[in-house]
Write a protein that binds this ligand. Structure first.
Ligand SMILES: [Zn+2]
Ligand SMILES: [Zn+2]
Ligand SMILES: [Zn+2]
Length: 263
């Protein structure tokens, strides 16, 4: 109390009057917060026991549902498109760092929970028109789009944990990368001059011909990590091969010998 009085410059009697109720209120608030916290922890523990996430060690199933308007669904019966209201049920892991979730809608909360707990994350189900019960399915494009959406946030390895076809996931992930790279994508499969140390692209550099001292020879170096061929070569191709194979100490003699061996 005296220290508060010293810090504020107010008389102790005044501080007692003002400060004491504030202190008590703060104590009470802290007690409530800690009680709420332990209640929340206890609740989470119970939920974890009752409905454990199949993919992680801390999360539990959390179901959710809502009214959704789908502007362009494909009717199962005749393949025709149309807009409709529906009420799908889903389930996901309470652990935000866990990918576990139902990708397709369920008809009820019980169904959504059952599928989640069984790790049946890709169980296919239709959307049902809330008005007349018409069933709408996913197209093959729609199926792939679900995975593409996940790949925006999660790695291909994570997406595979949901049970998606690994080859399809890899293909979609690669496509996504290529799309994002646009015209640069042509370069992806070009392994010319890739640096043996860091994988970035190296470049040809003019080097001195030891006989003439003119810069007519070649070396290859990586502008990113400074890795380079120790020796210069009369041909670009020789420098490039030494660099790409990581044989950075290769000499001109090496090429001459291997040429002899082939003759
Ligand atoms: Zn989880
Ligand atoms: Zn299933
Ligand atoms: Zn490099």
């Amino acid at each position: 109390m005296e220290s508060v009085s010293r810090q504020t410059g107010l008389p102790v009697a005044v501080v007692e009057q003002i400060y004491e109720p504030i202190r008590k209120e703060k104590e009470a608030a802290a007690a409530v917060a800690s009680a709420e916290r332990s209640m929340w922890q206890a609740e989470n523990r119970i939920l974890r026991e009752q409905r454990p996430c199949p993919l992680c060690r801390t999360g539990h199933a959390e179901s959710f549902d809502s009214d959704v308007y789908i502007a362009s669904g494909v009717r199962k019966k005749n393949g025709k498109r149309g807009g409709f209201w529906c009420h799908p049920y889903y389930c996901e892991c309470s652990n935000r760092r866990c990918i576990a979730r139902n990708l397709y809608p369920s008809d009820s909360e019980v169904e959504a929970l059952e599928r989640f707990l069984a790790g049946d994350f890709l169980h296919k189900n239709d959307f049902i028109d809330s008005q007349d019960g018409t069933r709408y399915g996913y197209t093959k494009y729609g199926d792939e789009q679900l995975l593409v959406d996940l790949l925006r946030e999660w790695s291909p390895e994570q997406v595979k944990r949901l049970g998606a076809d690994p080859q399809l996931v890899d293909t979609l992930a690669l496509q996504r990368t290529l799309d994002r790279m646009g015209s640069k994508s042509v370069d992806v499969f070009d392994t010319t001059l890739l640096c043996p140390k860091c994988g970035m692209r190296g470049e040809y550099r003019k080097a001195v011909n030891p006989q003439t001292h003119a810069k007519t020879w070649w070396r290859v170096g990586c502008p990113h990590c400074k890795t380079r061929t120790r020796n210069a070569f009369p041909y670009k191709k020789w420098a490039g091969q030494a660099f790409e194979t990581g044989d950075l100490n290769r000499t001109i003699e090496w090429y001459k010998q291997s040429a002899d061996a082939h003759n």
